[in-house]
Design a protein around this ligand. Structure first.
Ligand code: NI
Length: 167
């Protein structure tokens, strides 16, 4: 059973126009879905970057595979922390550079430390880490499967209409 609460918010016309342009550029067909995504994104970023508990991190690294001992160091570090490394994908970008995407899961502190160590390996040209939650977080943010009650909602609507509904 879904439990949807409708809310009404007030926005400056210029802010709403900018938001609608953003939605169109991103391919959203209605505001509700976009706002839900923005709220979840903000909550996940905020919650998952602090505190304790299990986290999942996606670490992407770009490096020159000719860089001395880099590939071996990367592999050594991943084996040393095999309990945190769930999976790794290696893409040979062209003749020289590699993209490696590694998914880590474990306590936040350990996951972040390993991500930082991987990125700091000498010769890594570009590294980025995205921390997200484990399943428990998303079960909380989306306790029930919900379908949008107004799939035809148009971005030309003047505001999000107020009401409250239960399915
Ligand atoms: Ni490669």
């Amino acid at each position: 059973m879904s439990d949807l609460t409708r809310v009404s918010i007030s926005l400056d016309a210029s802010l709403l126009q900018a938001f609608d342009r953003f939605l169109e550029a991103k391919g959203y067909t209605n505001r509700s879905e976009a706002i839900r995504d923005l709220i979840r994104d903000r909550l996940v970023r905020d919650e998952q970057s602090q505190g304790s508990g299990t986290r999942v991190a996606v670490v992407s690294l770009v490096y020159d595979h000719h860089a001395r001992e880099l590939a071996a160091k990367l592999l050594d570090k991943q084996h040393a922390h095999h309990d945190l490394v769930m999976s790794s994908m290696h893409v040979h970008l062209r003749e020289r550079h590699c993209l490696e995407v590694t998914v880590l899961r474990g306590p936040l502190e350990a996951v972040r430390r390993l991500a930082d160590e991987l990125i700091a390996i000498r010769g890594v040209l570009h590294g980025e880490v995205m921390v997200t939650g484990d399943e428990a977080v998303f079960n909380r943010l989306q306790p029930h499967w919900t379908s949008d009650p107004t799939p035809t909602e148009s971005s030309s609507l003047p505001s999000l209409s107020p009401s409250h509904s239960h399915d």
